[in-house]
Each structure stands twice: as C-alpha cells, then as structure tokens.
Design a protein around this ligand. Structure first.
Ligand SMILES: Cc1ncc(COP(=O)(O)O)c(C=O)c1O
Length: 395
C-alpha cells in the first residue's frame, strides 16, 4: 500500500485522535526509517524517545523472535523466566529491589500513584494527597492525566482524580508549601520532556527529596522519557544525587515492544498486597524478553559513555548553529534529550526537516525536540545539524 491508501483507510476507520499524518512508515533499521514510497529518513525522534538501540536492533529482534517461537503470552497468573530476569536486571541497575510491570508509561504511573496511596492507607493514617508539577506530562489515563499539570489535556475530561495539587516546576519553595500532612506523594519528571525539555536548576531535585523526607511523603520520579540512558546515564536521577522512593519507566525499556515498569523500595512495595493491582499483559514474556535484551545492551560497558559523547557532539553542532541562526532562542539538552526554543512555531520546522529527510518532533508550540536513538554516529548528528541549518536558512 502507498501512503495515500493507508491514509484513506485510517481516515475512514480510526477514531481521529492523531489527525491527518503526513507519512506512513513501513520499515526501519538502526537510525533510519523508510516510508511507503521507499524514501529514506534519518529518525531523530525514535518513536518519541523509544527506539534507543535503533530500529530492529539484532539483539532485540533475536530475543523477540526466539520468544515468539517459544511463548508469547500466559498472563500474570504464572511465573515466566523473561519477567523474572528483567526484574532482577532492573533491580541490579537501580535503587529499587521490587518491580511491577505495566504496559506503557501511563499505566506505570497509574500503578505508582495507586501504590503510593495504598502504602499510606496500609500504614495509616491515609495520606491521599498527591503533588504534581505544572507543565508536567505523565500520560493519558485518568490518574496519570490528573497529575499532568497542563489544563489543555484536561479539557472535557473533568472531574479528574481528587486530591491532586500542582506547583510550578523548579520552585522548591512552592513544593515545600504544598507538601502538607495529607500529602502522601510528590510526582516529578527529572527533566520535563513533553513540557518543553525543561531542565530544573541544579539542586532542585535534591531539595525535593529533602522536602519529601522531612514531611514523610514519597517521591515518585517519572523516568519514562529520561530513563534508559536518554540523558547520558541509565537514569537521570543518578546525575542529581537523588534516590526516589518510586521510579517509573517505559518508552525505551522495550526498544519499541510495549512495556512499562514501576520500581520501589522494599518498604513501599509492601503497600501492594495480593490482588491490589494487576494487568493482563504487563510484563508478558514477549515484551519482557524485548526489554531484557534492550537493558542488557544499554548497560554494556561503554554504551552510555558513547551515547553521551555523541550527544555532546550534536549539542555542540547545534550551539554553533544557534550563533548564526537567530530563530534558535535557547538550547536545552542533557545527553540525547534536546530541546530548541524557537522564535516561531516548531511544527513548520518539523515539516521542513521531514522534507529534507530528517524526522524530529516538538515539545509544545515553540520547542523543537530531538530524541534520536542512542546509537547514532557523529555523521548522523552532522546530517541532522546540516538539515536544520538549511531549513532555518530558508525560513
Ligand atoms: C515523562 C512521561 N511520562 C509518561 C508518559 C506516557 O507514556 P505512554 O505514552 O507510554 O503512556 C510520557 C509520554 O510521553 C512521558 O514523557
């Protein structure tokens, strides 16, 4: 099928949540994808920060293929080896000895919020209040949507989850005031991704940790976008000298296989007891095998250092560009999560980049976002920077 045929079918039969999409992608390899007409693109968005190892990475493909031939699904009524091994590997590479597997970022956050509430309900007295940040993004299910501090996503869905209050991101004073005795948890992104690639000031997360500690509230860090090496270390919290009580991850965890996960301390894990939370698919053998293969690659010696180095090279190229292209107002970056604040709409730059064979995205109306696979080369980074140079030069 060509793009127009696929577009017609989708237009006729999909509920229209994504609008008209400009292209149909049929194939991917490494940092490249091909559309239905066979045109090649450099993928610098990676399915919104998902395909960290690039498309169809051999280790992940092999793991999925082997698992698909062995056992695709059995539900969580039974143990499976891929899930057991994945939980162990995550435990070895985080502060969190205990894990629950979900299907995506939103359902991981949903589980985290439920876990926090139930922890306090069990321990007593109940502390149902949750503090979230303005401009945050945590997903589209009701709980995750409620803690997403952007009213535009709430429109038409009220009433939302009760007990949630919002504070400006990066404002420790406001957080201190908001964490009252009925607040059981604070949920934050280490960097606000969808909210515009907003990095907090040095020390903000550390201060948030101290406030939670002093007020006895749980700190949930949503590493759905920042985790799995995206910011140069496996988890962004490592760079902040902060240990949360609960962490969520998804996106790159399965390199494209749908999976999310919540990790926590032993003490917090006791908040969930048999029957208090469950999912049919979460952590099923196919997704768990993909995630196990992905994480195994990401933690190999040198992998993250190489990704951080190519990230530094790319940002350096973009900074050089920003000196001559006045449309770039600011560059906010850590590792390979990069936002460029522009002086006009980012959407038109995204379109023009695609015309030049480079896929990127936006994060709000004026922020151009790059979240390429972590395996890109300096040559790939150079191509993307050159494309942006000529796009901005023509605008
Ligand atoms: C920080 C963060 N949390 C949660 C989500 C939701 O993840 P999903 O779309 O897999 O539900 C996203 C998605 O962009 C995200 O960036």
């Amino acid at each position: 099928m060509n793009t127009a045929d696929i577009q017609d079918l989708c237009g006729a039969h999909l509920i229209n949540t994504y609008g008209v999409r400009k292209m149909a992608i049929t194939r991917g390899k490494g940092a490249m994808v091909w559309d239905a007409e066979g045109r090649q693109y450099l993928d610098f968005f990676a399915g919104i920060a998902v395909t960290a190892l690039g498309h169809c990475h051999p280790a992940v493909t092999e793991a999925i293929t082997r698992q698909a031939e062995t056992l695709v699904h059995v539900s969580n009524l039974y143990y499976t080896e891929p899930q057991a091994r994945l939980a162990k590997l995550l435990a070895e590479h985080t502060f969190a000895p205990r894990w629950f597997f979900a299907n995506c970022g939103a359902t991981a956050n949903e589980a985290a919020l439920k876990l926090a509430r139930r922890y306090w309900a069990q321990k007593g007295p109940a502390r149902p209040g949750i503090v979230a940040a303005l401009q945050s993004f945590h997903g589209r299910t009701f709980g995750a949507l409620t803690v997403t501090g952007q009213p535009r996503f709430h429109e038409g869905f009220e009433p939302l989850l009760p007990g949630v209050s919002y504070v400006p991101y990066n404002d420790a004073g406001a957080l201190e005031q908001a964490v009252t005795p009925d607040v059981g948890a604070v949920i934050l992104e280490p960097i606000q991704g969808e909210g515009g690639v907003r990095l907090p000031d040095a020390g903000y997360l550390r201060r948030a940790r101290e406030i939670c500690q002093a007020r006895d509230a749980l700190l949930i860090l949503d590493e759905v976008q920042t985790g799995m090496g995206r910011t140069g270390t496996l988890w962004a919290y490592e760079q902040e000298d902060v240990t949360p009580d609960i962490i969520t991850t998804a996106k790159a965890l399965g390199n494209g296989a749908p999976i999310g996960a919540v990790g926590c301390t032993e003490e917090v894990a006791a908040g969930f007891t048999v029957g208090s939370h469950a999912t049919t698919f979460g952590g099923n053998p196919l997704s768990a095998a993909a995630a196990l293969a992905t994480l195994t690659e990401v933690v190999k010696p040198g992998f993250l250092e190489k990704a951080a180095a190519v990230g530094a090279y790319f940002v350096d190229r973009l900074e050089t560009l920003a000196r001559s292209r006045r449309q770039i107002k600011e560059i906010r970056a850590r590792g390979l999560l990069i936002g460029l604040e522009l002086d006009g709409p980012a959407a038109s730059v995204v379109d023009a980049m695609r015309e030049r064979g480079v896929l990127c995205g936006s994060a709000g109306p004026r922020v151009l976002r790059f979240a390429p696979p972590l395996i890109i080369s300096e040559e790939d980074a150079g191509c993307a920077a050159d494309a942006l140079d000529s796009v901005l030069g023509e605008m």
